[in-house]
Design a protein around this ligand. Structure first.
Ligand code: ADP
Ligand code: MG
Length: 248
């Protein structure tokens, strides 16, 4: 397990401040995000919901250091991603952040186990240890028996579970998942949500984009995006009490 200290003064894993992202120029300008503020602390599981085109995927790619903000600040464990060199940013992505892409992005020439162990090997972990960690992550998402298959020998749902294992391996402290249950049947979807929930209960932080309010119910907080803005932020509703609207 990595032991890099969390450097955010208030201990947040992820902190977005006034984050905007503009695509294109002139009449083609699209404001994908407009002034987003979001803080996610260790142990928190946050769901992001909103209509298609509202900026959910853009928010996730910025949080994961895969794209950069047009203005505002994205901090992961206190580090301003916009100020890091390419190499330092890659190191943060490799060590701290697990990313589940909407379209899985598995490497076709590698087996499931190799796909999952690759980020660990890139980070200098021995092949043997990386394989052990990969098998354990694949077991967590219920696909250990498929470790030696190639992506084209797996169904969409199985590929998605391998992609989730890849995002969890090596005790990532920030897991970002873009509709991680999209290709899964409801039982398997619940299994994966339980895995994410357990990771957060063990101290990780997760942000998950979902269209399904039953899936969002696994999260501690739901952030509603519309037109690139947070229009509502809601704590989880317990069975016993109505949810509390958090004023912004
Ligand atoms: P969501 O995931 O909520 O469906 P996205 O974050 O993918 O929304 O997109 C938000 C807006 O930004 C949309 O209007 C989309 O068309 C636009 N957008 C996203 N990525 C790009 C891009 N690379 N170039 C131009 N426009 C983009
Ligand atoms: Mg999207």
């Amino acid at each position: 397990m990595t032991t890099t200290e969390i450097r955010d003064p208030e201990g947040a894993v992820l902190r977005l401040r006034g984050v905007s992202r503009v695509h294109g120029n002139g009449p083609n300008r699209v404001h994908a995000l407009r002034g987003i503020d979001l803080t996610v602390r260790p142990g928190e599981f946050v769901a992001v919901m909103g209509p298609s085109g509202s900026g959910k995927s853009t928010l996730l790619t910025l949080a994961g250091g895969l794209d950069s903000a047009s203005s505002g600040q994205v901090r992961v464990e206190g580090q301003d991603l916009g100020k890091l060199s390419g190499a330092a940013l890659s190191a943060v992505r490799r060590r701290a952040i697990g990313y589940v892409f909407q379209d899985f992005n598995l490497i076709p020439a590698l087996t499931a186990a190799e796909n999952v162990s690759l980020p660990r090997e890139l980070d200098g972990v021995s092949t043997r240890r990386a394989r052990t960690e990969a098998l354990s992550a694949l077991a967590e998402t219920g696909v250990a028996d498929l470790a030696n298959r190639f992506p084209d020998q797996l169904s969409g749902g199985q590929q998605q579970r391998v992609a989730i294992a890849r995002a969890l391996v090596g005790e990532r402290r920030l897991v970002l998942a873009d509709e991680p249950t999209g290709a899964l049947d409801s039982t398997t979807g619940e299994t994966v949500l339980a895995v994410l929930r357990a990771r957060c209960d063990a101290g990780a932080a997760a942000v998950m984009v979902t269209h399904d309010s039953r899936h969002a119910a696994w999260a501690d907080r739901v952030v509603m995006l519309t037109d690139g803005q947070v229009i509502e932020e809601r704590e989880r509703q317990d069975d016993s009490a109505a949810g509390t609207d958090v004023a912004r």
